[in-house]
Design a protein around this ligand. Structure first.
Ligand code: BG6
Length: 497
């Protein structure tokens, strides 16, 4: 996470003409190059199935993608022409790895590169294993410089397949060469959770079962499955979001203080936290699937009417869970997490609710309504935090109102870099802190695999709602309720979203 200039290298993208490459990877690489963070000598090799494409056609495609991602400046044309290359595998891509190896060496000679290579698997998860094997068998797991392999999520479908994939990867690559990506860890606001907790002694001293009543993590999306049903219908929200993004947020909120801010120490604490979570009981899980409804006044179809969703699909598009962490710090404090597609709006918010004052001192003045303090950490889109505290409304005797002490990222710092930029720079610099270790991915699957082996009731919820009513019961059973996401308005008051 701290970078000097990174070494000269060849950035090889397997899945080189895919959606992720066009929308995220090329714009991030271009921005990094423009900031002069990367040594002048580097090149990008897109590897795709289309044999009919050549360097020129790939560059043309890349230019269009960069334009669509609103990258527009004078250097773009030249960057594409000078830096981008293409290699078409044809068919299913297997069997052409020796030719790929030869092409890599040719490009390295052309650009005078030192042999450092980064392979990025921007591929559907089903292609990870054969690609890793292909690279390994062709001897591409090492070179005369460094070789690093970046693997997108989801890493496996369950514990057994994640283990198999780890074993296969370790047959060729060492763990220090592997970068399992979870783009949530590249978000500034997610990294700020570490700073918030470990650079502010005041909060850390409150961060425990004596002070905290419950923790809620909401990752809501208003989008539906879009054109990704081919993948999503086989994955569902538990595999697509909970096992990775939400579990990462949970780890950062719940983990102990690492002994140092370096990759092994941070990852060790995260794994420890995951291993201390009790197996999720069936009554602590709610699955939902969206039906037709309205979002922002627009009628939207239900999941079963989306293109390429299987008839009668039972795939969950919403998950809510109640988790128990069996540590000295968190014993007895429920952690509720929920995520879903087609919820009213896009918002990622963590609400830490503190315990109520033991006695209401102002009751004799009538209508004493004391609310617990809540810390709302908004990770996106209005990045910032609000600590909700009760204050006396001037005038009338002791009427209380909840107001926020708040901070907004954009007000303080302006724009925030894209997560992929941060993560790519980390891979290029050899910093694994923000990547998921083999043990971590297995510990996360361990938590949820038992749920995949049983039939969990699937509730329906209308698009534009906050999910099935059954999810409310998870919190209600403990005497709590889900906090409606909030926003701090221009008068510095809290408004429900
Ligand atoms: C991806 C999931 O990992 O994260 C998508 O596959 C989801 O289904 C996306 O929409 C959400 O990411 P973000 O950064 O928009 O919150």
């Amino acid at each position: 996470m701290s970078h000097s200039q990174v070494d000269s290298h060849l950035f090889i993208i397997l899945g080189g003409t895919g959606d992720l490459t066009g929308r995220k990877l090329l714009p991030a690489l271009y921005h990094l190059a423009r900031q002069d963070l990367v040594d002048g000598r580097f090149a990008v090799l897109g590897v795709g199935r289309k044999r009919e494409l050549d360097d020129a056609a790939f560059r043309g495609w890349a230019r269009e993608e960069l334009h669509a991602a609103r990258v527009r400046d004078d250097g773009l044309e030249a960057w594409c022409d000078e830096r981008l290359h293409y290699f078409g595998t044809g068919g299913d891509g297997s069997g052409r790895y020796p030719e790929l190896a030869a092409r890599i060496e040719e490009i390295e000679r052309l650009h005078g590169l030192a042999g450092n290579r980064l392979f990025y698997l921007a591929l559907p998860p089903g292609a990870f294993a054969s690609t890793i094997r292909g690279l390994g068998e062709a001897g591409l797991h090492h070179s005369k410089g460094w070789t690093r392999l970046v693997i997108e999520k989801p890493f496996g479908r369950d514990l057994a397949s994640a283990r198999e994939l780890n074993e296969l990867a370790h047959a060729y690559f060492s763990e220090s060469q592997l970068y399992r990506i979870d783009h949530y860890l590249g978000k500034e606001t997610v990294q700020n959770l570490l700073v918030f907790r470990f650079a502010n002694a005041m909060f850390e001293s409150l961060w425990n079962r004596d002070r905290v009543a419950n923790v809620q993590i909401t990752v809501a999306e208003s989008l539906g499955v879009e054109d990704r049903a081919g993948y999503y219908d086989r994955a569902g929200a538990l595999r697509d979001m909970v096992q990775n993004h939400l579990t990462q947020l949970l780890s950062l909120i719940g983990m102990e203080v690492p002994i140092a801010f370096e990759s092994d120490a941070v990852r060790y604490e995260k794994v420890k936290l995951l291993r201390s979570i009790s197996p999720v009981a069936p009554e602590d899980v709610v699955f939902g699937q969206y039906g037709a409804g309205q979002i922002d006044g627009q009628q939207v179809p239900g999941y079963l009417s989306e293109p390429r969703v299987a008839d009668q699909s039972r795939t969950e598009t919403f998950v809510a869970l109640r988790l128990k962490i069996d540590t000295w710090r968190w014993q007895g404090v429920p952690f509720y997490i929920r995520t879903g597609k087609r919820l009213p709006r896009r918002v990622t918010q963590i609400a830490v609710t503190f315990r109520q004052p033991p006695v209401c001192l102002f009751e004799s003045f009538g209508g004493c309504e004391m609310r617990p303090n809540v810390l709302m950490l908004t990770l996106q889109p209005d990045e910032g935090f609000a600590l909700c505290i009760d204050v006396k409304v001037p005038g009338e005797p002791f009427r209380l109102e909840t107001l926020p002490l708040h901070f907004q990222y954009r007000e303080a710092f302006g724009s925030i870099p894209d997560a992929y930029e941060t993560l790519l720079l980390d891979v290029l610099s050899g910093d694994q802190t923000l990547f998921v270790h083999a043990d971590e991915t297995e510990a996360a699957w361990q938590l949820y695999t038992p749920l995949m082996d049983q039939t969990v009731e699937l509730h329906s919820y209308p698009a534009g709602s906050w999910g099935p009513a059954a999810a409310d019961d998870l919190a209600r059973r403990d005497g709590f309720h889900w906090h409606a996401p909030i926003r701090v308005d221009t008068r510095h008051h809290l408004t429900p979203d």
